[in-house]
Design a protein. Structure first.
Length: 285
């Protein structure tokens, strides 16, 4: 057997083995990797490459891969159970800024220069150290920052505005194919979806992605970007209809001379006003 064919077969075998090892070790992203994770991945990659290029015999190489797979998993299990093991393997977080003051001794301990600190802050769109109340260096090297209260971004809560909770939108179409499972989860069916597509004058085969939000609005992205899809107005129309019903009841109460009907319309207008107030955070934003 030629060397080229042997390398191809070894590469295929090591690829499958490495894929299994990676899935076995977990789904931690590169940005979340600690130094221990990086060293483990580097050693496993080096052993795999050595096996492919026949730099080491097969059996010792496989034994080394098994050891470097089992030991990290065993270490993670111990780290999950014991904090002192977690501190050794993953490291501890280090407070670099506390109450707006930079801790120089902690910078030295973390091998961080002032330029490193300023660079990390700029990556988070923070250009003044004075704006930072608290900053901690995580074991994976990321910098977590808490701004001072007067420097925090404005939120609906700080403005006293009530907003409704939202659930994750469901993708009901992809590449022109309807996903019945997601439609069923929303309590909808194909007839509803096809009717909405017909209202938007869009052919199903032209839909790249279709999503339905928590209030039943359909958002479409088409293969043909030249076509303009109308913006969903389900919430706005529902809000406007309720407001119109309230105004109609108030008008009927003023127009009628029948005391019973006047009272009925007045009560209905008050109830609708309460409904409008309760639904305003959901339908008007």
């Amino acid at each position: 057997m030629s060397d080229v064919l042997m390398i191809l077969l070894r590469s295929l075998g090591v690829f499958v083995l490495a894929l299994f090892i990676i899935r076995f070790l977990g789904r931690r992203q590169t940005s979340q990797m600690t130094l221990f994770d990086f060293v483990t991945a580097t050693v496993i990659g080096f052993i795999a490459a050595s096996l492919v290029l026949k730099l080491v015999p097969v059996l010792p190489g496989l034994a080394a891969l098994i050891v470097w797979t089992i030991l990290p998993i065993f270490s993670y299990l111990l780290a999950f159970k014991y904090k002192w093991v977690r501190d050794i393997i993953q490291g501890k977080e280090t407070v670099l800024i506390n109450h707006g003051k930079v801790l120089e001794d902690k910078l030295l301990e973390a091998r961080y220069t002032p330029e490193d600190l300023l660079s990390q802050l700029r990556r988070k769109n923070i250009f003044q150290v004075a704006d930072v109340e608290f900053a901690v260096l995580e074991p994976n090297g990321d910098l977590s920052v808490l701004l001072k209260k007067d420097k925090m971004p404005v939120t609906p809560k700080t403005l006293g505005i009530e907003v409704a909770n939202q659930s994750v939108p469901q993708t009901v179409m992809m590449d022109g194919e309807i996903i019945d499972e997601h439609l069923t989860a929303l309590g909808l069916n194909r007839n509803w979806l096809l009717t909405e597509l017909e209202k938007a004058a869009v052919a199903p085969e032209n839909v790249f992605i279709a999503q339905v939000d928590s209030v039943g609005q359909l958002y479409l992205d088409l293969f043909d970007d030249a076509l303009i899809v109308p913006r969903p107005k389900t919430k706005e129309l529902a809000y406007a209809n309720i407001k119109k019903c309230q105004a109609d009841c108030e008008l009927y109460a003023l127009a009628t001379k029948h005391q019973g009907a006047k009272k009925m319309y007045s009560n209905a207008a008050k109830e609708l006003a309460q409904v409008v107030e309760e639904l305003k955070p959901l339908l008007s934003r």
